[in-house]
Design a binder for this molecule. Structure first.
Ligand code: SF4
Ligand code: SF4
Length: 124
């Protein structure tokens, strides 16, 4: 397993997303910044202020997509992201978040909520 992590880090192994949508269903929030909100508003063809009013909530000094932490993202339909082309960077970077890639153990933990990582580890 540690070997897989090293190979991924060095680029010798490519991660394949299975498009299961599981990472959009796990408990947690999707954080965005203003630029990402503007991009999402454009994608949805709505006014920027309407986007922020309807879909965004403050979270301390940060902004996040509205929705309960233990529910699927409001932009998920079935297994697909309805705003995929304009999705926030948090979503684009998964499962390679800095904290996930800080060490092999942390990366292995992502197998608990990412079928693609789980499959990689199973095929080792
Ligand atoms: S914005 Fe799209 S990719 Fe990001 S969590 Fe929501 S459904 Fe998933
Ligand atoms: S959980 Fe993993 S495999 Fe499934 S859609 Fe998310 S990144 Fe892709």
């Amino acid at each position: 397993m540690r070997n897989i992590y090293e190979k991924l880090k060095s680029g010798d192994l490519e991660f394949r997303c299975l498009h299961c949508g599981d990472c959009c269903r796990v408990s947690g929030y999707v954080f965005i910044n203003r630029k990402e909100g503007i991009r999402l508003a454009k994608f949805l063809k709505i006014e920027v202020k309407d986007f922020f009013n309807k879909y965004v909530q403050s979270y301390g000094a940060r902004m996040r997509i509205r929705g309960a932490a233990d529910k699927a993202c409001i932009f998920l339909k079935g297994r697909s992201c309805t705003v995929y082309a304009a999705r926030p960077s948090q979503c684009r970077k998964f499962p390679f978040w800095l904290e996930s890639m800080s060490d092999a153990e942390s990366f292995i933990e992502t197998a608990g909520f990412c079928s693609g990582v789980k499959k990689l580890l199973e095929n080792e």
